[in-house]
Each structure stands twice: as C-alpha cells, then as structure tokens.
Write a protein that binds this ligand. Structure first.
Ligand code: FMN
Length: 200
C-alpha cells in the first residue's frame, strides 16, 4: 500500500475477530508510536499493554461502574445506560489487544507562570495524539486495525486504581487492536474548501 492509501484506508474499528495478534505485531505498532513527534523530543507518553483477558475485564468493569454513575448524572434512563455500558465493555473485552496511552508530564519544561505551563501540557497532549495516529496507521499498514476510545480521560483515577498505575501516569486513551469483524461504515470528510479558511 502506498502512503496515501494507508492514510485514507485507516478506519476506526469497534468490533474485532477473536484472532490474537503476535507480540511482534504489537511491538511494531508501539515502535511506530515511539517515532511520533513530541515537544522537545521528550516523548511525554507511556503505554500499558493489556493482552490478558482478566486485565481487560478488570479495566472494563471498573470504567463501566464509573461511566454508569456519570450517565445517570446526565439523566439517561436505565435501559440506555445498560446498553451503552455493555457496548463499551464489549469493545474492551472483545479486542485481543488494548493499549492504554498515558500522558507522562515529568520530563516537560517547567515555567513560573500557569499560562505557559498549560501550553506545555497542551503540547504533550497534542503529541499523544500523534503517537496514537502512528499506532493506528501502523496497524492498518500491517493488515489489522485499531480503534480509539477516549473513555479513560473521563475516569483517570478509576483506570489508575484498576491497573495499579503510578500517579505520574495520566490515562488518556485506549487503542484497541485486532482484526476487524467487518468493514465499518466510514464517516465522510469535509472538503478542503471548508477546512482551509485562508490561503494567501
Ligand atoms: C481524540 C479522539 C477520541 C475518540 N474517541 C472515540 C471514542 O471514545 N469512541 C469511538 O468509538 N471512537 C472514538 N474516536 C474515533 C472517531 O470517532 C473516528 O476517528 C471518526 O468517527 C472518523 O472515523 P474513522 O476513524 O473511521 O475515519 C476518537 C477519535 C479521536 C481522534
């Protein structure tokens, strides 16, 4: 596949076949993440790789309990909460590999003022997105697929507790990996005319 076929072909997969991935396949995806651009080259991200079913189950159950409480707070009815909980849980349990992407801020520059410090953290978050995109592209280029789940961002402490993670690790996203159960529907893209707001 040429570069633009990979860019255009990568798709978010939310249901996977049970077929496992090899350690080499997972390492190739992580290797792609390692080469992502980052502020000052500090690579402010760390990865937690979950392949064991009980680890994925523990994470799904813990996040699910917090999410249920949040959905109830939003005023969602019990049936909707159950349906959404089961869908989300299935995505984590049903993926052969789940990688938790954590922000790691300890090596960033420090500033005396809050504004520049916040910008530094924003740069770190931006680069976590770069690492995630590299992972998704690598998976697709290697013949399997990935999906992105933002849920950990909304229950960081729950995720840390479920996996026994250090307080310096800030859970941001789950990248699920495996072979697609079926081809997903793709969302259309905005035209360049709409996206480029100025070109002088
Ligand atoms: C920061 C970010 C968070 C996302 N969170 C979720 C998520 O929680 N659940 C989900 O199903 N997809 C999530 N996605 C995937 C998008 O829904 C998906 O990329 C978009 O619909 C375009 O579809 P495509 O990736 O198949 O081209 C997320 C993507 C990004 C970049």
């Amino acid at each position: 596949m040429d570069f633009f076929s990979i860019i255009r072909g990568r798709r978010s997969v939310r249901a996977f076949r049970p077929d496992p991935l090899t350690r080499e396949q997972v390492e190739a995806v992580l290797e792609a993440a390692r080469w992502a651009p980052s502020p000052h080259g500090r690579q402010p991200w760390r990865f937690v790789v979950l392949t064991a079913p009980d680890a994925r189950m523990r994470l799904a159950e813990a996040m699910g309990a917090t999410w249920r409480r949040q959905l109830a707070l939003d005023g969602q009815d019990a049936a909707t909460i159950e349906a959404r909980f089961h869908r989300s849980r299935q995505r984590i349990i049903g993926a052969p590999v789940v990688v938790l992407l954590c922000l790691y801020l300890e090596d960033l520059d420090t500033y005396p003022d809050a504004e520049r410090q916040a910008a530094e953290v924003t740069m770190a978050v931006q680069s976590l997105g770069c690492a995630a995109q590299n992972m998704l592209l690598a998976a697709y280029a290697l013949g399997f697929d990935g999906g992105w789940m933002c849920a950990p961002l909304f229950c960081q402490e729950t995720v840390r507790a479920a996996l026994g993670l250090d307080a310096t690790l800030h859970p941001h996203a789950l990248i699920t990996l495996g072979y697609a159960a079926q081809d997903p529907a793709r969302r259309p893209r905005r035209s360049l005319e709409e996206l480029v707001v100025r070109w002088e």
